[in-house]
Design a protein around this ligand. Structure first.
Ligand SMILES: *[C@@H]1O[C@H](CO)[C@@H](O)[C@H](O)[C@H]1NC(C)=O
Ligand SMILES: *[C@@H]1O[C@H](CO)[C@@H](O)[C@H](O)[C@H]1NC(C)=O
Ligand SMILES: *[C@@H]1O[C@H](CO)[C@@H](O)[C@H](O)[C@H]1NC(C)=O
Length: 427
């Protein structure tokens, strides 16, 4: 139900865009954007030029959406490659953004996809994740922002999930809820833990009422909130919302409480508390599912719809829709930092390409001002990438890990990395 609504909204936006282009610029509009090299940038235009696609000029063809007759004529000719010509290039979803200077820092000990991270003071705790689709990590790596080194590494409990976790911190304890246990598209479990980052001791907590993949999770007003995620089959969006009172790494209630369900469910969203309000940002409905009968739970692709919706919960305890992200964005659960009352989000995945159906990664840095509830695009990452793990220290925005694109002209996912990058942030 939600899926169709999202789809329709997204498509109709695209259509309006096409039609207005046609209206303004005539039947067929061909634009050649020649991105110039970034080394000698001075003009305002150039500062908005992409730092990815430096070499190639790209051709963008917009059809006159109202000119049906020509379409029909062309169709009758039966030209096979005719359709391919008219569609948007793979990079169509990139948004104009200022250039940021990125500096590469030491890489994590292992590459990670769908890893999770929590920052406590000058330390970034990086949890589990896939090394490859057939291998998951079972440890935590710790990055020290003060001397910019990867130091400590320690194991997660044997019965803790490895990916698609819910995760939150109170500044000392890290809470880890449910998630997928094992590689490929294996089953989600309900087990829930806390980690005392000072003693490195783990504690088991009451299991979630039902397993969830990548639920939005956050600590708010002394309660651990777990919202949405995917249900047991990994694909069906859950809208359930549970909470439990916690203190010093333990629950102070016996059972999870049922809270007001979120209007749209689904996994891979950012969940942030700012100004004493709880925000749930972006995400998707649907996800890969295990292939029926596969002994290794082999992942097989299913329809998914990415969205940019933002929901807010305040003292009224009613979900309110607030302005959506500049574009649909998912796989951002640990890709954010909160700085000066702005939520900064790095990378993600957006809607698949309308024609090629390929997955498209996101390379922008977004800012959401919590006071005015407004979005802007404040820069570009060194490449497009999903499931980044972000941190902020001493004026620097950091990100590490994730799956990056194939190159400036190809936003499809390819390599899983452990690289760490940083840029000076000026809001
Ligand atoms: C675009 O289509 C409209 C409606 O069919 C037509 O009036 C207009 O002339 C077309 N534009 C061009 C430049 O062909
Ligand atoms: C982080 O680095 C600083 C500077 O080298 C050091 O003083 C501190 O002990 C380190 N913290 C940890 C937890 O290793
Ligand atoms: C946040 O605000 C402080 C105080 O106004 C300012 O000094 C700092 O540069 C700001 N941080 C960023 C990242 O813009």
């Amino acid at each position: 139900m939600g899926t169709l609504e999202h789809n329709a909204k997204y498509l109709s936006t695209k259509l309006v865009f096409l039609v207005s282009c046609a209206g303004l610029l005539g039947a067929v509009f061909i634009a050649d954007f020649v991105w110039t090299s970034s080394s000698s940038i001075s003009s305002a235009y150039q500062s908005y030029a992409s730092n990815w696609a430096l070499q190639k000029s790209q051709k963008i063809l917009f059809l006159n959406a109202t000119n049906k007759k020509d379409d029909e004529k062309e169709a009758l000719k039966g030209k096979k490659d005719h359709l391919a010509d008219r569609f948007l290039p793979a990079t169509f979803a990139d948004l104009p953004a200022p250039k940021l200077e990125w500096e590469q820092m030491p890489s994590a000990p292992v590459p990670r996809l769908d890893g999770y991270a929590m920052q406590i003071k000058n330390l970034l705790y990086v949890f589990a994740g896939y090394g490859s689709l057939d291998h998951v990590h079972s440890h935590v790596d710790v990055y020290n922002f003060t001397d910019n080194t990867w130091g400590e590494s320690f194991d997660i409990p044997k019965d803790m999930a490895h990916s698609h976790l819910g995760i939150a911190t109170d500044g000392r304890y890290i809470y880890i809820v449910s998630g997928q246990y094992g590689p490929q598209c294996r089953t989600a479990i309900t087990r829930t833990f806390s980690l005392d980052t000072e003693t490195k001791k783990w504690r088991s907590m009451p299991p979630l009422p039902a397993p969830r993949y990548a639920p939005a999770t956050q600590l708010w007003r002394g309660r651990l909130h777990v919202i949405g995620g995917s249900k047991e089959n990994r694909h069906t969006p859950g809208v359930d919302h549970w909470s439990i009172a916690v203190k010093d790494g333990d629950t102070i209630e016996k059972e999870w409480r049922t809270e007001v369900p979120i209007p749209h469910g689904g996994p891979h969203r950012a969940c942030v508390v700012a100004n004493d309000r709880l925000f749930v940002i972006g995400g998707q409905e649907g996800d890969f599912m295990p292939k029926p009968g596969s002994p290794i739970f082999k992942c097989s692709r299913r329809n998914e719809v990415v969205y940019g919706d933002v929901y807010m919960l305040d003292s009224e305890m009613k979900w309110k829709a607030v302005p959506a992200m500049p574009k649909p964005n998912s796989h951002i659960e640990c890709s954010w930092v909160l700085v000066n009352n702005s939520i900064i989000i790095t990378g993600g995945t957006t809607e698949k390409h309308p024609e090629t159906k390929r997955m498209i990664l996101v390379g922008e840095v977004f800012q959401f001002r919590v006071d005015s509830l407004t979005w802007s695009v404040i820069g570009k990452l060194p490449f497009r990438i999903k499931t980044t793990l972000a941190g902020f220290w001493d004026g620097w925005l950091y990100f590490t890990s994730g799956q990056r694109d194939r190159g400036p002209d190809n936003p499809q996912p390819q390599k899983v990395i452990g690289e760490m990058w940083r840029t000076k942030l000026h809001l």
